[in-house]
Design a binder for this molecule. Structure first.
Ligand code: DGL
Length: 268
């Protein structure tokens, strides 16, 4: 048993979808969230740059005494998960393995779609995991970068969003997929719209929920669960613009994050 907090980081606000899932899956755990709002977005940045940011973010959380880290960002998971696991002595959970496992379980046609940032899609991280899990699976990946700012503007059902989402998603109808991985922190907010565009019979895999389940398992397997018996505390740290984080964060978290502290990533 260990009542230290779990650290969660993302490039910015989007990882609050993972935080939301964790708050429901492991309510007794204290959680420290770091959103790297000064350096967002990670999606279009090089693998080396994202790895450096990710290492600094984990160090920042370790300096605050966390027992485990959840990489809530798909792009950071794609480029840096193995590197982080090799560099730090605590368990590090990413969002791609859990999402790929859920998709491999869900698909009947062995044809799976993935949407994510340019970084996530070009890394083929979901594709590699899926092929390792399911022989013969065909993976169709498309970057949907404009959905990120639309989510942050709260334009979840706006006609412009519908138009853009159709443009991105309609090519999947040619691919014969029956499962689509929402491989970016922001996309779970568009679940109803994506379900409407792709029609019935399509399973949408939300990596946030699957990741929260993996955290639950890791805590159990390693005996790291909190022993306090009461609800955990939540802290929110950002590297810039705490007011905007709090305002926009409500939509992602499903509640007001409350106080948001500004810290400098890379300087502990
Ligand atoms: N958090 C990122 C992800 O899940 C999306 C936003 C960004 O590009 O930084 O890939």
């Amino acid at each position: 048993m260990n009542s230290a907090a779990i650290g969660v980081f993302d490039s910015g606000i989007g990882g609050l979808t993972v935080m939301h899932a964790l708050m429901r899956a492991v309510p007794a755990e204290s959680l420290v969230y770091f959103g790297d709002t000064a350096r967002v977005p990670y999606g279009p940045k090089s693998p080396d740059t994202v790895r450096r940011f990710a290492r600094e973010n984990v160090q920042l959380l370790l300096d605050r005494g966390v027992k485990m880290v959840v990489v809530a960002c798909n792009t950071a998971t794609a480029h840096a998960l193995d590197y982080l696991r090799a560099s730090f002595p605590i368990p590090v959970v990413g969002v791609i393995g859990p999402g790929a496992r859920a998709a491999a379980r869900a698909t009947h046609s062995a044809r799976v779609g993935v949407i994510g940032t340019y970084g996530t899609v070009s890394s083929d991280a979901y594709g590699r995991q899926l092929r390792a899990l399911l022989a013969g699976v065909e993976v169709f990946s498309r970057a949907c970068p404009l959905l990120v700012p639309l989510a942050e503007e709260g334009l979840l059902e706006h006609p412009a969003t519908r138009l853009i989402a159709r443009e991105y998603l309609e090519p999947f109808s040619e691919d014969g997929i029956d499962t689509l991985i929402l491989g970016c922190t922001h996309y779970p907010l568009f679940k109803p719209l994506i379900a409407e565009i792709l029609g019935p019979g399509m399973t949408l895999v939300d990596s946030a929920e699957e990741t929260a389940r993996e955290v639950q398992q890791v805590l159990g397997a390693r005996g790291l669960g909190s022993a306090t018996g009461r609800n955990g505390e939540r802290r929110f740290l950002v590297s810039d613009l705490p007011g905007q984080f709090r305002r926009v964060g409500r939509t992602f978290l499903g509640e007001d994050p409350g106080d948001v502290e500004v810290v400098r990533a890379g300087e502990g």
